[in-house]
Write a protein that binds this ligand. Structure first.
Ligand code: BG6
Length: 475
């Protein structure tokens, strides 16, 4: 299972918010998988920082329970060894003394490693703690690398970065005051998904696409992120965010950026981040009235979930139609749609080419349109809908799908969080959001949030098709 030894320098991975939802669902597993693939440094420690009154052994037991539920039978035998690398640190994120004690613990581990180790701080707390964590790290000096070319300090921050454009700018100011650009890694794990990375590979290596990738040939593009799951116990956090902040400002807009950007000079590093930011900065809402291009809804029963404010108007579904104000896309609607507790789980981007009625079939007055769908999950792959002759005596046509499944062999498949952490260890910021991308995304989203309250909040039944229920508004 594990590959040969790697030569990564000794490192300490610190998780702020170590008992939260993200740690349970993604982070521990991602770190564990990197560990068994031997993609972590040989001298590695995980420091779990949280408020609970626990000691190392109690956190290890917590982590063991989580991992044993998630890993395969074959992987189980590595769990204990992984847990040995964990230290627990109890403290509060708004308390300077907790960070001073954290510093002591890190120095103790450095002494065990006999070197000033790399430090990677992961902010997995609710976003309202980010500011005080960064300030406290700054005061205590946790933002400072060891010196020379060894012992870097990096910070990984979960989305959403801020609540709107003003708070994002404020947070950015503090971040830039405390850290250098090369130390900052702002996560949108969608960028690290294999099938999302495939969008660029597919677009820019199949050259027949480029001449038709524009307003002359494309009628509209629909980007969907539909989830069967409801808010799954994340009540307080979700209620404070809502669907548009949770996934609209980040995952959906990043998918839009990749599908709509001009070809960058390279697919790595700053050029790619600049290309994503450029297209996002051209976003505007389509000319139609607000009520026609923005829909929000909440599933029935949401109000009874745990930790939801009384009479909450938080949306669990949205649909926003926008445009990109540049030569390539002007006038083409981009539909962004996402929701929880829906009838299916599906993430996809569907490109609708302009269709027409073919003059040659006198009896067939259908508009013959082609579509190209990027299936992000499930059934990862690409599907092109084409028209072909229907077998038979008459000359008729019918739509057929030309498709392939995008499956990676077991040993090369990885979760997006593994990729995020892996890239951060190597200092590669390509798949992380830049300040310019975040700023452009909030510039587009903030005005919508500001007028949320003027829009009706539709209700939908959990688990039923949204299009059937809100036909009038979402078709
Ligand atoms: C997270 C959102 O960023 O992405 C969740 O906060 C959402 O609400 C999740 O469920 C979906 O991620 P994935 O990788 O399971 O598609």
């Amino acid at each position: 299972m594990a590959s040969e030894k790697n030569n990564l320098d000794p490192s300490i991975f610190i998780i702020c918010g170590a008992t939260g939802d993200l740690v349970r669902r993604k982070l521990l597993l991602a770190l564990f998988r990197l560990f068994i693939r031997n993609e972590l440094p040989n001298k590695f420690a995980l420091v779990a920082f949280s408020r609970r009154e626990w000691v190392d052994e109690e956190y290890r037991a917590f982590a063991r329970d989580i991992l044993l539920k998630l890993v395969t039978e074959e992987e189980k035998k590595y769990v204990s060894k992984f847990l040995n690398a964990i230290y627990y640190h109890r403290g509060h994120f708004d308390d300077q003394k907790s960070f001073a004690r954290l510093q002591d613990l890190l120095l103790r581990i450095d002494r065990i490693f006999e070197v000033c180790a790399n430090k990677l701080f992961y902010l997995a707390t609710p976003p309202n703690y980010y500011m005080s964590i960064i300030e406290n790290m700054d005061v205590i000096g946790l933002n400072l690398p060891c010196g020379g070319d060894k012992g870097w300090a990096r910070i990984l921050i979960e989305k959403p970065f801020g609540r709107d454009i003003d708070s994002a700018r404020k947070l950015d100011k503090q971040l830039k005051k405390s850290f250098q650009e090369e130390q900052i890694f702002i996560i949108d794990h969608y960028l690290a998904k294999e099938t999302i990375q495939n969008i660029l590979a597919f677009r820019f290596s199949n050259h027949f696409l480029e001449p038709i990738w524009n307003k002359d040939a494309i009628e509209k593009i629909h980007i969907k992120m539909l989830e069967k799951d409801d808010i799954a116990g994340r009540g307080a956090l979700y209620d404070d965010l809502g669907a548009l902040r949770d996934v609209g400002q980040n995952h959906l807009l990043q998918m839009l950026a990749l599908i709509a950007m001009d070809e960058p000079e390279g697919l790595k590093g700053e050029v790619l981040r600049i290309a994503r930011a450029q297209v996002l900065s051209k976003l505007k809402r389509s000319e139609k009235k607000l009520k026609e291009n923005v829909v929000r809804a909440q599933y029935r029963g949401y109000q009874n979930e745990q930790n939801i404010k009384l009479n909450s108007t938080t949306e669990t579904y949205f649909r926003v139609t926008c445009e990109i104000n540049n030569k390539r896309w002007s006038g083409v609607p981009f539909i962004l749609e996402s929701g929880k507790a829906l009838s299916e789980s599906r993430v996809s981007i569907k490109v609708y080419f302009k269709g027409k009625i073919c003059r040659c079939y006198e009896v067939d007055h259908r508009v013959h349109q082609n579509t190209l769908e990027f299936r992000i999950q499930p059934n990862e792959g690409v599907a092109l809908e084409l028209w072909t002759k229907k077998p038979g005596l008459r000359f008729e046509v019918m739509p057929r799908i030309l498709s392939f499944m995008y499956t990676a062999p077991e040993e090369t498949s990885f979760d997006a969080y593994e990729k995020v952490l892996y890239d951060c260890f190597f200092g590669d910021q390509t798949l992380f959001q830049s300040t310019d991308e975040i700023e452009a995304a909030w510039k587009f989203i903030t005005p919508i949030l500001k007028c949320w309250h003027t829009l009706p909040l539709y209700q939908y039944e959990k688990g039923a098709s949204i299009t059937d229920q809100l036909t009038e508004y979402v078709n």
